[in-house]
Design a protein around this ligand. Structure first.
Ligand code: DCP
Ligand code: MG
Length: 392
């Protein structure tokens, strides 16, 4: 939930949400067109790079026999038909789709295509909110033309610039457009006009709403609220008892398709984090040196990220995942903003002390939030503290 003031309620807006279809996989298919129509999974390591034989034919890795801890970053729709989706463990995916082609991730290529599709959209409609590598909101209120024609123009501009397809939802606000862009994927186009709320949105499960996560979803289910229509019919005091006033109000607005958030063209990052999953689970004492080294490195990387992006932060957090997959986070807020690795390390070390280290560690992450542009933080600490090399 953004905190900027809502748009003027009198103005009927026209907001699009555009999301690229099977984005990383589709970029890979541009390179390997012979894979079109096949189940393809993205997320392999460098050893899954296709090999080209002397006669020019390419040999691809398959999921069959995959052993390791990799997860699927995305998959083609053909792989999804076999049950393989983003965030699934690769070993499970291998059971479901052993013949699927496995390709390594190439973030540089995805970033390049991300820039290309956003630039193509900007040529048609310049008021764009960047929501990540493959999705944007576009304010079409002041662009002449019908919603459908505009959406088709956007799709063809994206296709021309990238060779890729996308799905678009258009409605009076970001909330409904985000839901709508998913309704007709891939290559979808869904316009939510007056009267469509009840017909298209209400039958959907509450989890389709951006902002109703798994926890809220489970709590809503426990009180018998499964669909957005159920939510719209729920008594306000029931919601308030379970979720508090602010979230309950937001839930009711959502159910009635109300969302005043603007399309924010210049957004600031909320946090910057670095984390790593170890090749093998590390023991707190026996692997102390290795853990310390990684811990120091993560903090140094964060310093570099902050300096490169010209931010300082005040809240330092730590994330640990144990070998039993339990994930624990702790954070603390410093009196002054900092971008300094040693200061981050010291604060993160204090957070770590608040966690009972009773299992081997699978993942270690450090996060800096409460960010400010470096120039705006009058209080930023000077990077002068001595470096610490201990885990704590
Ligand atoms: N991604 C990821 N890890 C996830 C989910 C997604 O790394 N758990 C990456 C890969 C996706 C990209 O982000 O290609 C965009 O995410 P989407 O949720 O938009 O998924 P796709 O674009 O792949 O598919 P869809 O057609 O459903 O949008
Ligand atoms: Mg997508």
């Amino acid at each position: 939930m953004d905190s900027e003031p809502p748009a003027a309620p009198t103005a009927e807006r026209r907001i699009a949400h555009l999301d690229m279809d099977a984005f990383y996989a589709s970029v890979e298919l541009l390179r390997y067109p012979e894979l079109r129509g096949l189940p393809v999974v993205i997320g392999g390591g460098r050893n899954t790079q296709p090999r080209t034989l002397a006669d020019g034919t390419r040999v691809y890795s398959r999921l069959r026999g995959y052993a390791g801890r990799g997860v699927v970053t995305t998959s083609t729709y053909e792989a999804r038909a076999l049950g393989v989706f983003s965030a699934m463990g690769m070993m499970k995916a291998a059971q479901l789709a052993p013949e699927a082609v496995l390709l390594p991730v190439d973030f540089a290529a995805y970033r390049q295509y991300s820039r290309l599709f956003k630039a193509a959209v900007a040529d048609v409609a310049p008021c764009i909110e960047d929501r990540g590598i493959d999705e944007i909101y576009i304010d079409l209120t002041d662009i002449p033309g019908g919603a459908r024609d505009l959406a088709l123009r956007l799709k063809s501009a994206v296709a021309q610039a990238t060779g890729l397809s996308c799905s678009i939802g258009i409605s009076p606000n970001k909330l409904l457009s985000k839901i709508a862009s998913e309704l007709d994927k891939p290559d979808g186009l869904t316009i939510i006009g007056p009267g469509d709320l009840q017909r298209r949105i209400w039958p959907l499960p509450v989890g389709k709403v951006n902002g109703i996560g798994p926890k809220a979803n489970a709590k809503l289910a426990a009180i018998g609220i499964l669909t957005i229509a159920d939510l719209a019919a729920a008594p306000a005091d029931l919601l308030q008892n379970h979720f508090g006033l602010t979230y309950a109000r937001w839930l009711l607005d959502v159910a009635h398709g109300i969302d005043g958030r603007r399309v924010v063209t210049h957004s600031e990052p909320k946090s910057i984090s670095r984390e790593t999953t170890f090749e093998r689970d590390l023991h707190v004492q026996r692997d102390r040196a290795a853990l310390s080294e990684v811990f120091v490195r993560l903090c140094a990387q964060l310093e570099a990220d902050l300096l490169r992006k010209a931010y300082v932060g005040r809240t330092i957090g730590i994330k640990l995942r144990f070998d039993n997959f339990r994930t624990v986070t702790r954070d603390l807020t410093l009196p002054v903003h900092t971008a300094d690795a040693a200061a981050i390390h010291r604060a993160a070390g204090l957070c770590l002390k608040r966690i009972a280290l009773d299992h081997k560690i699978r993942l270690l992450g450090v996060r800096v939030s409460s960010l400010l542009p470096a120039g705006q933080a009058a209080d930023a600490a000077e990077p002068q503290e001595p470096r610490q090399l201990s885990l704590y």
